[in-house]
Design a protein around this ligand. Structure first.
Ligand SMILES: C=C(O[C@@H]1C=C(C(=O)O)C=C[C@H]1O)C(=O)O
Length: 186
């Protein structure tokens, strides 16, 4: 098994608590954007793990497991399980959009296709860690997510993350997709 890529292994240290509002330029929304980008980076590894195998991009059983786990985690943290599940449905769609985009790229340019195959189970362990951090960041951002300033602040945070991580068009579009229901009432 190939080692987990460092970009995915350290998306803002997912095991640590979400940074406090005062230390984040965009308040508690910035970690949501950063963690979402970290989760999307795992999409590259998942695509590489599945490419050339029988494992389909869509794995509904794994998706159900993710959604039920994050709902439980949200309940334990005093978060909102319904909101958490809604956001994670978007996270999952965005992850699959990355995988599909990479498959298109690799089909069109076989020279760009991965030559190493990461272990999907190892990548999913990393995804689980990011999931836990995201659930925590969601639970800690209820006020910011329901404020009228949520959408512009979240958009600004996403732009910063795109710049910091030098995201390409595929990952930038997926980041927007992943954050679609973060702000209440959007
Ligand atoms: C990331 C994967 O691919 C898809 C996306 C998932 C996700 O974002 O959690 C879960 C299952 C798959 O439908 C995977 O198979 O683990």
């Amino acid at each position: 098994a190939a080692p987990v890529h460092p970009v995915a292994a350290a998306p803002g240290h997912p095991a640590a608590p979400a940074p406090a509002t005062a230390h984040s330029p965009n308040g508690p929304l910035r970690p949501l954007a950063a963690l979402s980008a970290g989760r999307l980076a795992t999409g590259d590894l998942v695509a590489a793990a599945k490419w050339g195998t029988d494992s389909p991009i869509d794995d509904p059983a794994r998706e159900r497991e993710v959604l039920s786990t994050v709902a439980d985690q949200a309940r334990q943290l005093g978060g909102d399980p319904a909101v958490t599940v809604r956001v994670f449905r978007d996270q999952i769609e965005a992850n699959k959009a990355v995988q599909r985009g990479l498959y298109r790229r690799w089909d069109a340019n076989p020279g760009q296709a991965p030559t190493e195959r990461p272990d999907l189970q190892e990548v999913r362990k990393e995804i689980n860690r990011v999931n836990g951090a995201l659930v925590r960041a969601l639970a800690g951002s209820a006020r910011a997510r329901s404020a009228p300033s949520c959408a512009p602040r979240l958009a600004a945070a996403a732009v910063r993350v795109r710049q910091e991580r030098h995201l390409d068009g595929l990952h930038t579009a997926a980041l927007a997709r992943s954050l679609r229901s973060v702000c209440a009432g959007t």
